[in-house]
Design a protein around this ligand. Sequence first.
Ligand SMILES: [Fe+2]
Ligand SMILES: [Fe+2]
Length: 342
Amino acid sequence: MTLAPPPAPIPPATRIPTTPALADDLAAALRDDDAAALDRLADRHPADVRDRIRVLLQIYALHTEPLERVGSAARHQHRPVLAQLKQRCENAWLKELESLALPADVAHATTADETVAAMRSLAARDRLPEVYKWLARRASWDDVVRFLALEGGPDAGFDDLVAACQIGLTGAPKMELATNYWDEMGNGSPDDVHTTLHDRLVAAIGMPEVAVDEQPTTALARTAFCGLLATNRWLQPEMLGALGLIELQAGPRCRLVLQAFDRCGAPAAAYPFYEIHADVDPRHGKDWLDKAIVPTVTSHPEWGPRIVRGAVWRSAVNAAFLDEVTELLGAVSAPSRGTAAA
Ligand SMILES: [Fe+2]
Ligand SMILES: [Fe+2]
């Protein structure tokens, strides 16, 4: 099958209108490096959920994005007003996440074995979402590219997340996260670094960069969720669970993306990023459970329920994204499969 030309940008009909909001005023103050304007935001509240997420994304960028992208605004990372806004937005979000109902079979995991069983159960619950089957079987090439542009790969920024997650760990869990990180680094081969493989995929298929204003709120929340975990030491157990779930679920989903590539005749350079994840993530998932979670929960039993909770959060945040993008792309009718937290 011949390859269609690069797809057009997401059509205007799918753009989400934005109104002047806290996020816009924050963006202007950061752009102008205007400390007084920043301080005037101290009593402001986000207008809605989308505004809240956009505020958080800007603050997380100050903590975690490359300096050349953030620029001098990074000097304001710990400005009290930004810490205040961050906590205000995060507290509201955490309240929502904590109110998610845990599935009955994972709700009472406490021992290491029960935590592992709960993680496996969560991963199996939604291992192959409909939208990935649609990609493999029916989606047009344009829609495959549009989906991948929104999805960003199975583990966008995973290397930095693993690096943040290992801070303060010791022994086998630290070693396992180091091993995982080294795999992200292509085991020392610059050509095989996962972000490099993703860059090549982007170039090979002409993947458009989707601007923040054109991304559904659930896509922004999915990105911000990583910032929530990476910038709060208190949430380290939840982060361990969330990253473990990503590893456990990535392999089979990547295999369906590869089927879509075969069906649509994708260029050779598109393959390695998804091939490597289809191959190594099942092992990453198993090792994360056996070598990071088991010893951690064995020595810190109180982490068990929180690790499971983090996995439930990630499952819910990701399922909301997949549900919305499924509708946006017209993949299948609104899902009735529910989420892992239902
Ligand atoms: Fe990766
Ligand atoms: Fe992985």
